[in-house]
Ligand binder design. Structure first.
Ligand code: OXD
Ligand code: MN
Length: 596
């Protein structure tokens, strides 16, 4: 009996089956029964811990291998036919050579394991912006996470069967089992055998050796960003590392904001922000990825291709993000957090001490909070359905998406970058986004202390970054006066003695309100060499405990520091060679001369 009604899919499954040699093949249907069965099996094998039903109903905790805790950018490859098409920000290997190397790793790699075939849609099923795909994996952990993060269902399989169209995504943890060998709690391959590979000309993804997050849940970074960014460029749309939110004024006027910040810089917190400006409210559409297409009216429409949140746990508290905490009350998956003695979860900066003073840490060892060691890994994560978020927007699954009014760019900079400044034009906004910079976080294993991170997309641009920036300019031209307004923010400024200058979190709504007032034309701005900044009298300060000095510092343009940044940007951009858009050089020179 054939596996599915799609010949193309059957051929692909059989080819992988022959190469990877699993013990059996299971076609997934995305059902609750399937989820519960896999969880039961993983609890029985010792891979998962079922949390206390009273504290955390229907929720599970996992600990990864200590070597497999984050995305591995050094082992991530864009295997385009021509090296120059991958550009200076990607690792490149010739696709024929890479397939050869990886095929020999894949050869027999699923022995002793089940191969799961997961049909999924990124984006609301059937939406004109959505894409159908199939992930083949030997990790049941990946299957249950994919149930939450993507739309896994037989309906998607039927669409694939009728169209014969899907994006193939192959994943293996890279740890075959010998006859009678006991599995490890978190099987994976050593770092040098890990490959997160993309073949953009074929829209094909091959991932080997890691079971963690973006390395293994292939709908997320691999498909929705690296492969999708390639498709988007060819087809005239955008695939961006952006949260999407709706901000509604007391009068009921809706603004849609898409914001690009690097991993672990607060996208999830901003997406679910509790406004401190009376009458204004935020509703969440997405917290990590935006797919955006010009609509018939010439505006840019965005959807969230994902259906869940894979959020960073440490730092998530009732203060920083009460809506995320509410989203993970039940039916959640936790990876690399502390499991408390009473079967609940805990992590650093959760807002209270670990109940009972300790538990089992992310390395699966007994742990006490007073030991001074971190109990949760800094990149530990929660996986939760977006539909469980109390402030999820009623339009979050609208197949046409929402029209974006505002783009926000930024990163984590403890110095130099002011709280907020606005671009004088879309082209200036592209310059700001393309030269966004950030200090390193725990979301990736290999990052420089400070890096330029164009549109927070450095690890996710699936082609030459110079062409990518050009695509932004092209989209700006296409959208004309309907293009979103561009702003740059920095919530992370510190005083010389290391204290935060800005309270952040819910108070960031004050900055969003100023942006909306700018869009509305109801407030002016101070023109500075770097862009437009808020006049003090236009900013909403009511109830905010912020000193005059702090405001001055937050809105200061440090000309000398900026001049140095421009020079570093010039150096950084030089590696784009002749693919650096001339509009970037024009913007850089103009900024330089404004700075004097
Ligand atoms: C993520 C990341 O998991 O950016 O979203 O690392
Ligand atoms: Mn991300």
């Amino acid at each position: 009996m054939s596996l599915t009604k799609s010949k193309k899919l059957n051929d692909w499954i059989e080819e992988i089956q022959a190469m990877c040699q699993p013990d059996k093949v299971v076609i997934c249907d995305g059902s609750t029964e399937e989820y519960d069965r896999l969880m039961r099996e993983m609890v029985a094998s010792g891979m998962a811990v079922k949390l206390n039903e009273e504290n955390r109903p229907n929720s599970y905790a996992f600990n990864s291998d200590p070597s497999d805790v984050a995305r591995v950018e050094n082992r991530t490859f864009i295997a385009s036919v021509k090296e120059e098409d991958a550009g200076p920000t990607n690792n490149w290997i010739d696709p024929v050579e890479l397939k050869k190397t990886m095929s020999s790793l894949y050869n027999g790699c699923m022995k002793g394991r089940t191969m799961y075939v997961i049909p999924f849609s990124m984006g609301p099923i059937g939406s004109p912006i959505a894409k159908n795909a199939v992930e083949v994996t030997d990790s049941p952990y990946v299957v249950v996470n994919m149930h939450i993060m993507a739309r896994v269902s037989t309906e998607v399989l039927h669409l694939i069967e009728t169209s014969d169209e899907f994006i193939p995504c192959l994943h293996s943890v890279g740890k075959p089992l010998a006859e009678g060998e006991k599995d490890s709690r978190w099987p994976c391959a050593p770092l040098e055998d890990k490959y997160i590979a993309h073949f953009p000309e074929e829209n094909l993804i091959w991932s080997y050796g890691s079971g963690y997050g973006g390395n293994a849940l292939l709908g997320k970074k691999c498909l929705a960003l690296r492969i999708a960014s390639n498709m988007a460029r060819k087809e005239g749309w955008m695939a961006e590392h952006m949260l999407i939110l709706r901000f509604t004024s007391p009068e009921g006027k809706q603004y849609h904001i898409a914001a690009a910040f690097p991993s672990a810089c607060g996208k999830t917190n901003l997406a679910m922000l509790q406004s401190t400006v009376p009458g204004w409210k935020v509703e969440t559409i997405g917290d990590d990825i935006a797919w955006m297409k010009p609509g018939k009216d010439g505006r840019l429409y965005a959807i969230n291709p994902e259906s869940g949140f894979f959020g960073v746990a440490p730092g998530t508290s009732d203060n920083s993000n009460p809506m995320a905490l509410a989203s993970i009350k039940e039916n959640a998956i936790f990876t690399n957090v502390v499991v408390t003695e009473d079967g609940d979860v805990w992590w650093e900066d959760m807002g209270y001490d670990c109940p009972g003073g300790g538990g089992t840490d992310w390395k699966n060892n007994p742990w006490r909070q007073d030991s001074g060691e971190k109990g949760a890994h800094p990149n530990s994560r929660f996986t939760a359905r977006a539909s469980q978020c109390p402030v999820i927007c009623e339009d979050w699954e609208n197949p046409t998406g929402v029209a974006i009014d505002i783009f926000v760019f930024g990163g984590k900079r403890t110095t130099t970058m002011p709280l907020v400044h606005e671009a004088a034009s879309f082209e200036h906004g592209v310059y700001m986004g393309a030269t966004a910079s950030s200090e390193a976080t725990a979301a990736s294993l290999d990052q420089a202390a400070l890096r330029f991170d164009p549109f927070a997309m450095t690890p996710f641009i699936g082609y030459h970054a110079g062409d990518y920036i050009q695509h932004w300019f092209d989209m700006g031209e296409k959208l004309g006066d309907k293009a979103p307004r561009c702003f740059y923010v920095n919530w992370f400024r510190k005083t010389d003695d290391g204290k935060w200058l800005w309270p952040g979190f819910g108070e960031n709504s004050r900055v969003l309100k100023w942006m909306c007032d700018r869009v509305e034309g109801s407030v002016g701005a101070i023109e500075t060499p770097i862009g437009l900044m808020p006049k003090k009298e236009d900013f909403y300060f009511e109830g905010l405990d912020l000193s005059e000095d702090a405001w001055k510092e937050l809105t200061k343009v440090d000309t000398e520091a900026f001049k140095a940044t421009v020079e570093s940007a010039r150096e950084y951009l030089a590696k784009f060679g002749n693919k650096l858009p001339s509009k970037m050089t024009d913007q850089l020179e103009a900024l330089k001369s404004r700075l004097g």
